[in-house]
Design a protein around this ligand. Structure first.
Ligand SMILES: Cc1ncc(COP(=O)(O)O)c(C=O)c1O
Length: 365
């Protein structure tokens, strides 16, 4: 039986391996693994969230298809009325949902690499294409080339991560304003916004503008700042006209009971999460200084919970694999256009930084 033609040649997305798989593969106890490759929260979930999960009332009953409890809490948290909010099984589900809603075979999205790899992947999965307009060397957007590409290829959707993964830079407000004048939907991916600025990213985020605009979507996630990567909880704010289409296109039970309980309980304890985010930001400062001392690394400025570094004068792939095999330290390695010989390191706990930096120094010689 033939599968759909465009899937025959689609290369698979390479996901990050979880603790238990790494642990089995390396023969190392999970406690001996320093996992700095997927920008997860190293402190895990709050004790109150763990307790809420242990005391779930109705795990045997299908979840609320409208995720009302979670969306109510999100409305309070974001200041956006819940009629504009939709939750997803991670921001990833919402990315795919948008592509499924908007893209006819042969149409395209616009993405500005280096950036999150799921944008082109999901477009191609849905039989569409991705026009790529590379960022400049300092990771800012190349506006003249974006304008040209929009005119020439008429992409329907433009995806911008801010802070951007993998470099951690924010889009300038005036640049976003310019993008919002284009004849397309702008999807602003704020997966890491809580690490930017001083106030969980509140004063930087553009989410509260969504109800006033027709072509801005803001995506968020609990995976990074709230430590729920394994439970898959994301959300987005969407223009009002799009909401009925989203409601009818999503899987009815996309947010499972555990995800909803964990998301709601996290928002009930935002103060504690802020403390963890602040801890991570303090550790980020320490990690940047320590990385600056390693002579073969050039770390870039970041507003997120990861640090991109250029590796100079040595093989970055070998560095990555030696850190993993000899020290149980996992980082992300890139070797693609704009990111030749680069590594991305998630900010961990102080003890994770100590192990990483010692290993990096050992490997200097
Ligand atoms: C920029 C960006 N957007 C979205 C996601 C996906 O988030 P989620 O775990 O909510 O699917 C990630 C995860 O790495 C990301 O880096």
């Amino acid at each position: 039986m033939k599968i759909r033609k465009h899937l025959e040649t689609l290369p698979p997305y390479t996901p990050i391996e979880p603790f238990e798989v790494l642990s089995a593969r390396l023969g190392r106890d999970p406690s001996q693994i320093v996992k700095l490759d997927a920008n997860e929260n190293p402190y895990g979930i709050l004790p109150s969230v763990r307790a809420a999960l242990a005391n779930m009332d109705f795990p045997h009953i299908y979840p609320d298809p409208e995720s009302r409890a979670l969306r109510g809490a999100l409305s309070h948290f974001t200041g956006v009325n819940e009629k504009y909010l939709l939750a997803g099984s991670g921001a990833d589900e919402l990315l795919d949902l948008l592509m499924r809603i908007f893209l006819e075979p042969g149409e395209c999205i616009l993405s500005c690499p280096p950036t999150f790899g799921m944008y082109p992947f999901d477009a191609e999965l849905n039989g569409a294409g991705c026009i790529e307009v590379p960022r400049k060397a300092d990771f800012t957007l190349d506006m003249p080339s974006i304008l040209k590409a929009v005119e020439e290829f008429k992409p329907k959707l433009l995806f911008i991560a801010s802070p951007n993964n993998p470099d951690g830079s924010l889009i300038q407000p005036a640049v976003l304003d310019e993008l919002l004048l284009l004849p397309l939907l702008v999807i602003l991916d704020e997966a890491y916004i809580e690490f930017a600025g001083e106030d969980l990213g509140v004063s930087i985020s553009r989410i509260r503008e969504v109800p006033m605009r027709e072509n801005l979507i803001v995506l968020r996630t609990f995976s990074k700042w709230a430590g729920l990567a394994g439970l898959r909880v994301g959300y987005g704010a969407f223009p009002e006209w799009l909401m009925p289409i989203l409601w009818k296109s999503k899987q009815p039970y996309n947010i499972n009971v555990a995800a909803s309980v964990a998301g709601t309980a996290s928002l009930a304890n935002v103060g504690e999460l802020v403390e963890l985010v602040e801890k991570i930001k303090r550790e980020r400062t320490r990690l940047v200084s320590a990385l600056q001392e390693i002579k073969y690394l050039k770390p870039y400025p970041t507003q997120s919970n990861f640090i991109l570094c250029q590796v100079n004068g040595r093989d970055a792939a070998e560095l990555k694999s030696r850190l993993a095999e000899e020290y149980g330290v996992f980082i992300r390695y890139f070797n693609k256009p704009g990111l030749r010989d680069h590594i991305r390191i998630s900010v961990g706990r102080p003890q994770d930084t100590d192990i990483l930096i010692k290993a990096m120094k050992d490997l200097s010689g």
